[in-house]
Ligand binder design. Structure first.
Ligand SMILES: [Zn+2]
Length: 401
């Protein structure tokens, strides 16, 4: 998506803000962005999905190493490097992987661990001082023996991610026992947006702060056992490469702000007293106007769905009644009135959104968001308004035979 000049600009911009940029290059799972291209079809582990790279084909390693090399070259002073490696849903499927797995003492996990080992060694050969991070989810189900055999603890620091709220948060003690033996440092992965449902467009602050709170509790309770090197607050914009856009960054600014404030609070006492709000002051809220548009859209969508799925339409304006023109003008007038009011508000909002989107994101993303969320709803409301207006002109008819 970005030219090398743009990448340099972004890296410099991050540094000027006093932040430490960390590259995340996916190296086995979430490889859709590469494997969807015809030139790389043959490197899929499972032909039906471009998500997972086959770790057995020599070209796969060449591809991953090339990507890693580009990222290493563009940031010679990097301190950390993240190799992703999460959600590898298909493993040991292709013929080569299958036969490698059955002949290996450590069976299927050996495919994944050998791949990780190879790419981390490639990074470390060039930059021994780099701390290499990876998501931990694929490690969770692997026994301690192969983890020890492949010396994973000497290669990476795992980011244990769990985005649940307090009530649903659980990490097995066995996992911490294993990680304690394998890793000298562990990171926590929390979420400030994009973990509330794959097509959610709002980022409720209390929901995400709850995730930070339960993580801090977990870290404190493990303080004698696990050395936490840091916390990564993730902010996802899609669940995967083919998934729709979810919670936008401007919408999630209050969540990000309060989640960070929570970690910045010095002690338990000030953390407990932290007053959480769903909004920020406009001057503290980048993308405020677009966020307000999305809030308005959510309210209008609620009104529209109440009308479309409500009793009035089901009782006096359902598909059978429409087909047979068996409607009563007085009832239909009310539906026309409601739908017009929602239609007019949506129309106004559309103008605002089309103005605000380009200030935050490019045309490509704004078109995608509008056509995924706004346009389909606007069409349904336009259709019902048109149908109701037409039907309200007809007088009450007799029941068709
Ligand atoms: Zn394979």
């Amino acid at each position: 998506m970005y030219s090398i000049d743009e990448v340099h600009h972004i890296l410099q911009f991050i540094k000027d803000l006093g932040l430490e940029p960390i590259h995340l290059i996916q190296t086995i799972g979430h490889m859709e962005f590469v494997l969807k291209h015809p030139a790389f079809h043959d490197l899929r582990e499972e032909p039906r999905t471009p998500a997972v790279l086959c770790p057995s084909k020599p070209e796969s390693l060449t591809l991953v190493k090339n990507m890693l090399q580009q990222a290493l070259d563009v940031q010679p002073d990097a301190k950390y490097f993240h190799i992703g490696a999460d959600e590898v849903w298909h493993t040991g499927v292709c013929e080569q992987c299958h036969s490698r797995a059955i002949t290996n003492e450590h069976k299927v996990p050996s495919l994944y661990l050998e791949h990780i080992r190879e790419i981390v060694l490639f990074i470390k050969q060039q930059r021994p001082e780099l701390v290499v991070l990876m998501w931990d989810d694929m490690l969770r189900s692997i026994n301690i023996d192969p983890l020890e055999y492949y010396k994973i603890g000497e290669l990476v620091e795992p980011v244990v991610w769990n985005y649940n709220v307090m009530e649903h948060f659980q990490i097995e003690n066995n996992l911490w026992d294993t990680y304690k033996k394998i890793f000298s440092n562990v990171w926590a992965g929390t979420a400030f947006k994009g973990a509330n449902g794959s097509c959610q467009i709002m980022s409720p602050v209390t929901r995400y702060v709850s995730n930070q709170k339960v993580w801090l509790k977990e870290i404190r309770s493990l303080s004698n056992k696990i050395n936490f090197a840091g916390v990564i607050l993730t902010g996802w914009s899609r669940y995967d490469h083919y998934a729709t856009m979810c919670e936008l960054l401007p919408v999630a600014m209050p969540s990000l702000s309060f989640c960070l404030l929570y970690w910045k609070s010095a002690d338990e006492h000030t953390q407990d007293k932290l007053q959480v709000s769903e909004v920020l002051l406009e001057e503290q809220w980048p993308g405020f106007k677009l966020a307000v548009c999305v809030h308005s859209f959510v309210m209008l969508r609620e009104r529209a769905l109440q009308l479309l799925h409500g009793d009035a339409v089901a009782t006096w304006f359902n598909p059978w009644q429409l087909k047979h023109r068996y409607t009563s003008p007085a009832q239909v007038d009310r539906i026309a009135g409601f739908s017009y009011s929602i239609w007019a508000d949506l129309k106004m909002l559309q103008e605002d959104m089309l103005q605000q989107f380009p200030k935050v994101t490019g045309k490509r993303s704004s078109d995608e968001w509008m056509e995924s969320y706004f346009v389909p709803l606007f069409k349904r409301i336009s259709d019902i308004y048109e149908a109701a207006s037409a039907a309200s002109l007809a007088s009450a008819s007799v029941r068709p035979t």
